[in-house]
Ligand binder design. Structure first.
Ligand code: PLP
Length: 478
């Protein structure tokens, strides 16, 4: 059989690859530019899942680039300045090239031999983060697939370190009841991690929040006493920086001091707000973060990288090896040795993509100062939007925003049910597709919620959003 008739080998034709890549970039770049420039007013072309499934994705099978183009058409546009929904980064274009290369080379990251460059880049990125946090020598860390998995990974280490026996080997002893204290506003992934560890609902000791939705550090001591009276062994406290729904930063300094005094593990979930360590004007929101035994931050939220890309750091390098103490002799030279460079020993993932490439490229090209500038700019926009909402009679602001997450609701005396009105407004905004925002429910009230993620969003876009909401409310109320 002639070589160029072998379909498998032909599918590896690199000239074809280069042609398609050029073609794709030539279409994609101007489209993303169009979004950034507001040359289109469509943030998303909404259709229900069932309708979309019925229709399917129509495309010419003989042209994969056209297929990709169609998929782009039917995707939500995070680069549009009127995208203000979930807290995912409008990707810095350079870091998308990292994605392309990492996917083509497919260097796994479980063992050093398979991912040499990735391992070194990962260590360099983590060193930058650790230095910004204020960790001294002796820290260690890993990168993993998302804040959710990083929370589980950190809490598994906390469990092993805090336990008086080898939980990883022996499992729980009869009657052993462990628990963690966490704000009632923490991300659901913390509760999920606790339940995965098998502690059930009673393993979650919820600490009430203050009027700004921050964990009340003054209630930690009484909550600890109460939990102990109930026979629970509390092993640590989770601080949120910030909480997802309201963007509130827990008082890390006070929680850290409490954990130090009580010899508890202090974990900081800084999935969203962590990059503020690079932001001169907002770094103080994270005061006390250096006290944390473990800290996570997502690069795919406020650090402009493609998902998933999460850093998890441990103040004490030893702890980083406690998460999974299991042996896999075929992978590692010496399973009892702490080989920092065989990262799969410490991650949930076995095969892991070259996750460090995007933040590494960002750091080496622009410096993480660019991330700091971005954070300061977006948080400032959040503050300004908060002021606009507070001074409008027909809007109610939940709390003065601490960052770029802003919760508010439209109020009308002619609406019989404000919750229903705000739900309907949100749904209409999505259906019309010129803005994308989300909603949340707090203390029984429905709020509209924006995470201002796009550096091209201006206060005029937010004023336009307010006008759009008024228009929709008028039409809904007849
Ligand atoms: C987004 C978020 C998470 C989950 O992170 P993923 O990367 O989406 O898994 C966890 N905690 C907080 C506070 C978050 O904002």
């Amino acid at each position: 059989m002639s070589r160029n008739l072998d379909p498998l080998r032909q599918a590896y034709d690199m000239d074809e690859f280069a042609k398609r890549a050029h073609h794709l970039i030539a279409q994609l770049a101007p489209n993303v530019q169009k979004s950034l420039n507001r040359d289109t007013d469509e943030v998303l072309a909404w259709q229900t899942a069932n309708a979309f499934w019925q229709k399917g994705i129509q495309a010419l099978v003989d042209d994969p680039v056209q297929l990709l183009q169609q998929i782009e058409d039917q995707s939500i546009r995070l680069h549009h300045p009127r995208y203000m929904g979930h807290q995912i980064a409008p990707v810095l274009p350079l870091t998308a090239l990292a994605g392309l290369m990492s996917q083509l080379l497919n260097n796994g990251m479980g063992v050093y031999e398979m991912g040499m460059a990735g391992t070194i880049m990962e260590r360099e990125v983590l060193e930058e983060v650790a230095a910004a946090i204020g960790y001294s020598e002796g820290y260690s860390g890993i990168m993993t697939s998302g804040g959710t998995l990083a929370n589980l990974t950190a809490l598994l280490a906390a469990r092993q370190v805090q336990s008086e026996h080898d939980i990883w080997e022996d499992g729980y002893l009869p009657g052993e009841r462990l628990a963690i204290m966490v704000s009632e506003e923490a991300h659901y992934s913390v509760q999920r991690a606790i339940k995965i560890m098998g502690w059930g609902e009673r393993g979650i000791v919820k600490i009430p929040v203050d009027e700004a939705y921050r964990l009340r550090a003054d209630l930690l001591a009484p909550a600890l006493d109460h939990a102990r009276q109930q026979g629970l062994r509390v092993i640590g406290v989770v601080g949120s920086a910030c909480s997802t729904a309201t963007g509130s930063f827990d008082p890390l300094d006070a929680i850290g001091a409490f954990c130090e005094a009580e010899n508890l593990w202090f974990h900081v979930d800084a999935a969203h707000g962590g990059p503020a360590i690079f932001a001169p004007e907002n770094r103080s929101l994270l005061r006390g973060i250096e006290k944390a035994d473990s800290v996570l931050m997502d690069f795919h939220k406020m650090a402009l990288c493609p998902a998933l890309c999460t850093a998890l750091l441990f103040k004490d390098a030893k702890d980083s090896y406690q998460t999974f103490s299991q042996k896999a002799a075929y992978l590692w030279e010496d399973p009892s040795d702490q080989e920092w460079y065989n990262l799969g020993k410490r991650t949930f993932e076995c095969t892991k993509h070259m996750m460090s490439l995007a933040p590494f490229l960002l750091h080496r090209t622009y410096g993480f100062e660019l991330v700091g500038t971005y954070v300061d700019q977006m948080f400032a926009l959040g503050h300004t939007f908060g002021e606009r909402l507070a001074s409008a009679d027909d809007f109610e602001l939940l709390v003065k925003p601490a960052c770029n997450i802003v919760c508010f609701r439209y109020c009308s005396s002619s609406a019989s049910n404000q919750n229903e009105l705000n739900r309907a407004i949100r749904a209409r905004l999505r259906d019309e597709g010129r803005f994308y925002i989300v909603q949340t429910e707090l203390k029984g009230k429905v709020y509209l919620r924006t995470a201002l993620m796009n550096p091209f969003t201006e206060i005029s876009d937010l004023e336009a959003l307010m006008e759009e909401i008024r228009r929709i409310a008028n039409s809904l109320l007849g």
